[in-house]
Design a protein around this ligand. Structure first.
Ligand SMILES: C[S@@+](CC[C@H](N)C(=O)[O-])C[C@H]1O[C@@H](n2cnc3c(N)ncnc32)[C@H](O)[C@@H]1O
Length: 187
């Protein structure tokens, strides 16, 4: 298990993709997954900067008006366009350009989890549903996919809903944080 590195961290200066790329390249990781791709700013950076990485990306790419968490991914929500079809098209094109190292799954994260064997990933980056129930659902579905010694990362630990889910699953004082509101646990 990991330990707390800096619980008081705020957003900081280092972007999540920079931190993740550092972990991937330092550890020589070859297989990972990102839950919640959006327009792929993080996903594309990892593929472009981690030459040995194969990355599964999962996104429903649909509004979820019935979601009981803090986001419903409806166009215009909090001023965000959420142009799901555009993002999906963009990611499919990117995947065609990088066929050997990309896999884009358009589905619920919990459904996609059924297609990945336990212990086969070096890391997962959980950044889809930030509701307490949704985040906990993703942790439960994906934690076992990461091999011993690998790392479960997630985004937006400043959401109380995310912190509650992470703490409930892994325990008090169990997780580390990095800039850009990343949380992580080494298995
Ligand atoms: C915050 S964005 C992801 C941002 C991206 N990881 C990054 O670092 O730039 C969250 C995405 O998760 C997707 N999403 C939310 N809940 C989901 C679920 N249960 N299954 C699949 N995708 C989901 C949304 O459609 C949205 O595109």
């Amino acid at each position: 298990m990991g330990r707390i590195r800096d619980r008081g961290n705020d957003g900081g200066n280092v972007y999540r993709w920079q931190t993740l790329a550092r972990f991937v390249n330092t550890n020589g990781w070859k297989r990972g997954a990102e839950l919640g791709i959006h327009d792929g700013v993080n996903y594309r950076y990892l593929i472009n900067n981690c030459p040995n990485l194969h990355l599964i990306g999962v996104d429903l790419y649909e509004a979820q008006p019935e979601n009981n968490g803090p986001e419903k991914w409806t166009p215009g929500e909090n001023g965000h366009p959420w142009k799901h079809e555009d993002y999906y098209d963009k990611m499919l094109s990117f995947s065609v350009e990088n066929p050997d190292r990309t896999l884009i799954i358009k589905d619920y994260t919990t459904e996609a989890a059924k297609t990945v064997n336990d212990g086969t990933l070096d890391f997962v980056f959980i950044d889809a549903d930030h509701g307490y129930e949704g985040c906990l659902r993703d942790i439960k579905a994906w934690d076992s996919k990461v091999k011993e010694g690998g790392i479960v990362f997630g985004h937006d630990i400043h959401f109380t809903t995310v912190e509650k889910a992470v703490t409930e699953f892994y325990g008090e004082n169990s997780w580390n944080v990095e800039d850009d509101f990343i949380w992580w646990i080494q298995k």
